[in-house]
Design a protein around this ligand. Structure first.
Ligand SMILES: [Fe+2]
Length: 391
């Protein structure tokens, strides 16, 4: 039985409204004189890019062609510009897509390998340099996590690179930047953040996971510091999620969700994501729905499936969401958040049909990395039943 566990986090987390104004000081502290900023046309149109350029005294190059769900080809393109400019600090501004693009660009250059070869666990095997992440949505937690999701240009499938070297050096989390985030994106990102905290909170205990030769693991399994992150994140989401969706200019709600998402990133990147994400990946890949939409659809039925192994903890989620401390109340509260935020309620709504269940289930059960983190190990038949109940 494993007796030790690790807790990982960024070197620095700078949080609060207006914290972006500190970006120049952050870069100076990192001794940066050449800064590459990775963003996209939306960030540019909002004036955030110009603002950052004005705040920096260093020489700046901009890659502003970030895309939703970036591909390995886009990483290559960005890496080419990176090599020509030779920055000593990289700043990623945007949602998970831009942050993940920046992580893999830095890793591609640092390791001098093809980005596709960096997918999987610990293929990024060396430090990737100074990376500052500035999230503009409250969801993926990429600003605090050790993973980057990318679309493989050859087969169109999404895959993740996971390595503790991918954790950004600094996260600047300024909730004011999410005030313009559209309603549907706020809902999709928010439910993803909730799933990160919940999956970290319910993941297999650290003691039951087999350690690796190096002692470094993709996920540690559930441990006490992970619980601190997860519990606070779930509580904040219960308080602020629907306000952030329905009152976009509510800074208090935006700040609550921004902190919840970062804490969710810390929770899952330590303790793990598990069955909810395993069931979402094939759905997103097949039907092209957003990650958050797919997560919201499968989350309640996965919680129901986990009850025999994790009932007490699921009941605690009820308390954290300010309802009765029972598993049923917790699951109802999650369904209410999904419904009242306008997210899809069923697989049918994203274009799936019952005939898709066997192949979706085969794809999900093959995600061994996520299965070992699931506190109640499902059979193929169990997964089929969860999908069926999510219709
Ligand atoms: Fe996620």
């Amino acid at each position: 039985m494993r007796k030790t566990w690790n807790s990982y986090s960024n070197l620095r987390l700078l949080f609060g409204p207006g914290s972006l104004n500190e970006v120049g000081k952050v870069v100076s502290r990192l001794k940066g004189s050449r800064v590459m900023v990775i963003a996209d046309p939306v960030i540019e149109s909002l004036g955030i890019l110009d603002r950052v350029k004005k705040l920096l005294s260093a020489e700046v190059a901009v890659f502003d062609e970030g895309q939703v769900e970036p591909s390995t080809n886009l990483v290559q393109q960005c890496a080419e510009q990176f090599r020509a400019f030779e920055p000593d600090v990289t700043i990623a501004i945007g949602g998970g897509s831009n942050m993940d693009l920046a992580k893999l660009t830095c890793a591609t250059v640092a390791s001098d390998r093809d980005p596709a070869d960096l997918l999987g666990f610990d293929q990024v095997a060396r430090p990737i340099g100074n990376l500052v992440c500035v999230p503009t949505t409250a969801g993926t937690g990429s600003e605090a996590s050790h993973s980057a999701v990318i679309c493989h240009s050859q087969n169109g499938q999404k895959a993740a690179a996971i390595s503790h070297y991918l954790r950004p050096t600094v996260a600047i989390v300024d909730p004011e930047l999410s005030l313009t985030c559209p309603q549907n994106l706020t809902a999709e990102s928010g439910i993803d953040a909730l799933s990160h905290a919940i999956e970290g909170f319910l993941s297999s205990d650290f003691s039951v996971l087999e350690t690796t030769d190096s002692g470094v693991m993709p996920y540690e399994g559930n441990h006490p510091i992970g619980d601190l992150y997860a519990e606070k994140s779930i509580r904040l989401i219960g308080e602020h999620f629907l306000s952030a969706v329905n009152e976009p200019r509510n800074l208090d709600a935006r700040a609550g969700m921004a902190l919840a998402a970062t804490l969710g990133g810390l929770a899952f990147s330590n303790c793990g994501v598990a069955l909810v994400h395993a069931l979402e990946y094939p759905v997103g890949n097949r039907f092209g729905c957003s990650h958050g939409a797919g997560i919201g659809i499968v989350l309640p039925e996965v919680l129901r499936f986990l009850c025999p192994a994790r009932e007490e903890r699921i009941a605690q989620i009820g308390r954290l969401l300010s309802v009765e401390e029972t598993a049923d109340a917790a699951i109802d509260a999650v369904m209410r958040l999904r419904r009242e935020s306008g997210l899809p309620q069923s697989l049918r709504e994203v274009g799936a049909s019952c005939e898709d269940i066997p192949s979706l289930s085969e794809s999900a059960v093959a995600l061994e990395r996520l299965m070992v983190l699931t506190a109640r190990r499902p059979t193929l038949g169990d997964i089929e039943k969860i999908y069926k109940k999510s219709f």
